[in-house]
Design a protein around this ligand. Structure first.
Ligand code: E4P
Length: 218
């Protein structure tokens, strides 16, 4: 499973990218607002930090508007992925952009039917928002299971399932068991993946015993 980081905070991205475990980055208008920075400037900086796909989301809602914005965003860097909303205009834009070889991340997906349309339109990634489904009393992971099952039926579907709106390590593990290709994680969730209290307890005991031997390795 590939790990993307879901943030526009370049300090966080630098810190996490230094682990060598970050495959890409996703942003959205809310994350850009939170960064307080110029959209073009921050996307360019992220693209320099992470060589993998960096999603930059259009703000237009019409086909022509989305294509015009994509034409401004794509030249920022070769690793920019254009993010479009799952609307009819977004699907039309996906079809047009993917035919031109532009990578497209179709966002705000909340149903398997939407995911099927995005694949048919040639999306590089489909982003089902699982946390937001959980928030309204549904099970977001059921949607990941449905989409993975559907996509697996057709060799022609190359669209990758990019699990979004992730809230916990449990979301990541369950989605990985289903074969989802990518998870985009808030920095705190990515950090949590490495943690276990028994690791800390075990390490403390080993270090104490090692100290007691009086030996040194170097
Ligand atoms: C995905 O690309 C989105 O940026 C993100 O995962 C949305 O997550 P949220 O529901 O926590 O805002």
């Amino acid at each position: 499973m590939k790990f993307f980081v879901d943030t526009a905070d370049t300090a966080e991205i630098k810190d996490l990218a230094a682990t060598g475990l970050v495959d890409g980055v996703t942003t959205n208008p809310s994350l850009i607002k939170k960064s307080g920075r110029d959209f073009f400037e921050v996307i360019a900086e992220i693209c320099e930090i992470v060589p993998g796909p960096v999603s930059a989301e259009v703000a237009a809602t019409t086909l022509d508007g989305m294509l015009a914005e994509a034409a401004r965003l794509s030249p920022i860097a070769p690793n920019v992925t254009i993010k479009v909303p799952l609307t009819w205009d977004g699907l039309k834009a996906t079809k047009r952009l993917s035919a031109e070889g532009v990578k497209v991340n179709v966002t705000l997906c909340f149903s398997a039917a939407q995911a099927l349309l995005a694949a048919k339109a040639g999306a590089t990634y489909i982003s089902p928002f699982i946390g937001r489904l959980d928030d309204i009393g549904l099970d977001g992971l059921d949607l990941i299971s449905d989409i993975c099952q559907i996509y697996d039926q057709y060799e022609s579907i190359q669209t990758e399932v990019l699990v979004a709106s992730v809230r916990s390590p449990g979301h990541v593990i369950e989605a990985a068991k289903m074969g989802a290709h990518v998870a985009t994680l808030p920095p705190a969730v990515l950090r949590q993946l490495a943690l276990h209290p028994l690791t800390d307890k075990g390490l403390a005991a080993f270090l104490a015993d090692w100290e007691a031997t009086g030996q040194k390795i170097v």
